[in-house]
Design a protein around this ligand. Structure first.
Ligand code: 5GP
Length: 190
């Protein structure tokens, strides 16, 4: 059996990353979603061990000290990290491992894992992203403005990635994402 591929996926908030990955990750045989650790409080409906491994600041620091993270970063005041242990186990089992992380963490993986592939999911434009973030109607304008600035910053990292899927139309974005994964699977390892 051939090894799976390590695939890092980043996208600014509001790009539909969750929806795209949600569809793709239904194929549990082909994909393993790496569940990150975070110090952020669970949102409604989020389950410990499924969406994230929720940790206290102290537990997180302890894991950093133990060198348990492949990468970790602070995002909007909370810590997030990818635990190293399960990754190679799933790659060796032939599954593609998806790391859904922000750009600073992705840059760390670039240094540490030459076998990783990098996919960016982008909005069609910043205006569309602004509309999408506003359209959620759940956040006040100040938070939306902060998110737009954060999104702009993250978009500037796009050129560090190997592939970019533009989410203009969800169906097309899913099919493009699967095309990228297929290309990664067929790549000849150097
Ligand atoms: P949220 O709090 O909205 O679930 O995630 C905030 C950001 O943290 C998203 O961009 C998400 O991709 C990123 N993120 C989630 N898990 C990790 C992780 O393990 N490492 C890093 N560096 N970023 C993560």
């Amino acid at each position: 059996m051939s090894k799976g591929k390590l695939i890092v996926v980043s996208a600014p908030s509001g790009c539909g990353k969750g929806t795209i990955l949600g569809k793709i990750l239904k194929d549990k045989k082909r994909f393993y979603y790496s569940v990150s650790a975070t110090t952020r409080k669970p949102r409604e409906g989020e389950i410990d061990g499924v969406h994230y491994i929720f940790m206290t600041e102290n537990d997180f620091r302890q894991k950093v000290a133990e060198n348990a993270f492949l990468e970790h970063a602070t995002y909007c005041g909370n810590s997030y990290g990818t635990l190293s242990a399960p990754i190679d186990e799933h790659l060796n089992a032939g599954q593609n491992v998806i790391l859904e992380i922000e750009v600073q963490g992705a840059m760390q993986i670039r240094e540490k894992r030459p076998d990783a592939h990098f996919v960016f999911i982008a909005p069609p434009s910043l205006d569309v992203l602004r509309d999408r973030l506003t359209g959620r109607g759940t956040e006040d304008p100040e938070i939306i403005a902060k998110r737009v600035i954060q999104a702009e910053l993250e978009l500037s990292y796009q050129h560090f990635y190997d592939y970019c899927v533009v989410n203009d139309d969800l169906k097309k974005a899913i099919s493009d994402f699967l095309a990228v994964v297929r290309a990664i699977e067929l790549r000849v390892e150097k």
